[in-house]
Design a binder for this molecule. Sequence first.
Ligand code: FES
Length: 172
Amino acid sequence: MAIDYGVIDKIIALWGCTPSATLPILQGVQEKYRYLPPEIFPYMAKKLHVSQAQVYGVATFYENFSLEPKGRFIIKVCDGTACHVRNSGPLLDTLRKELGLSQVQKTTEDLCFTVESVSCLGACALAPVLSVNDTVYAGMTREKVLALLKTLQAQAREEVQAAGEEQSRVAG
Ligand code: FES
């Protein structure tokens, strides 16, 4: 994915060209791209007058930052104690199986889905839970997971189709 330096400049302008703005700028970039593209490090280093290692150091210090591209839908399956005892493990297995993913390969080739296991989503009373981007789904079962996946796949197909139509409209 090519990065849009105009967008990056806007994020930088929002926080200012100072080393102390490194963290919020990285957050803004990740919000836009769902990960930190490698080009961002030399670019930010130059703009903020710091070394690439300093920017990289901030990016790798916080585990919320990702250096790998993530999917349009980031599914986090909680495997904290409350969810684990209510069988969150099989839910994770179901998702991975349906999407051809594993503990190592977390993102589908088409960058549609990322499936991760997390330690607690803060909704233990509603276990087992998972989240898709910022939405939490409570009391999940295998059937609910499969239905949710179908809905998300349909949404993804619609988005791809809409993007294709928009592209041909602009090109035409
Ligand atoms: S253990 Fe799953 S939400 Fe807390």
